[in-house]
Write a protein that binds this ligand. Structure first.
Ligand code: 3PG
Length: 208
């Protein structure tokens, strides 16, 4: 499993419903800025094609996964399209087991200590604490006390002002969607601007 490469930058991009004609430019800009973990959410028709295309074009420069994966069937479809990790907002045992069957990183969503432990026991590599912004960094710190053996990736409402707080609270990485995939930069096709923006996220995620 390509876990180190996924987590090393400290930030995973959540690519939700982006213009598919620019998906490659967006991905290139993010990777140039140091964000090498790219999650394509599968809530649009072209998501599997995007995953396939990103894998082909980016090669080992990035780790490409599928997000918003809610069941086993979608897990298998995503892996067949080339997803190297499976990200979910929810905790579903069959999704975890199918991912492990194909030796694919799996990051289910959790929101309580019990769910975090359940996820780990069912074979999750790490957990997505979602929606993180409704509880904040203090929640991660509190969970990491008794559950420090479970790596956590807070996601939901992450931005440049709070990444460092989450990392200090013990997160291994964060997932960032709306704040990282800046609508204005994408609308203007300002790929250099997007690279500079991504670089700021990676800088905020270090030192931990
Ligand atoms: C999502 O659901 O798209 C992710 O959790 C990212 O959320 P964000 O856009 O608040 O970062």
């Amino acid at each position: 499993k390509e876990l180190p490469q996924l987590l090393e930058p400290g930030v995973v991009a959540v690519m939700r419903r982006l213009p598919s004609e620019h998906i490659q430019d967006i991905a290139n800009a993010l990777v140039a800025g140091g964000v090498t973990g790219l999650e394509v959410t599968v809530d649009s028709d072209d998501a599997f094609d995007s995953i396939r295309e990103l894998r082909e074009r980016l090669g080992d420069r990035a780790v490409v996964g599928a997000g918003t994966v809610l069941d086993q069937e979608t897990t298998v479809q995503a892996i067949q399209a080339g997803a190297q990790f499976i990200f979910a907002p929810t905790l579903d045992r069959a999704t975890i087991e199918a991912s492990n069957r194909y030796n694919t990183i799996v990051i289910p969503g959790i929101f309580t200590p019990t769910e975090a432990l359940q996820a780990k026991n069912w074979g999750a590599d790490l957990v997505k604490v979602f929606p993180a912004d409704s509880v904040g960094p203090a929640f991660i710190k509190a969970l990491q006390g008794p559950l420090g053996h479970i790596p956590m990736m807070p996601t939901g409402g992450i931005d440049l002002d709070n990444i460092a707080d989450y990392m200090r609270a013990g997160a291994v990485a964060v997932g960032a969607g709306g704040s990282l995939l800046d609508k204005k930069l994408i609308g203007e096709q300002d790929w250099d601007g997007l690279t500079a923006h991504a670089r700021k996220f990676v800088a905020e995620a270090k030192p931990r």
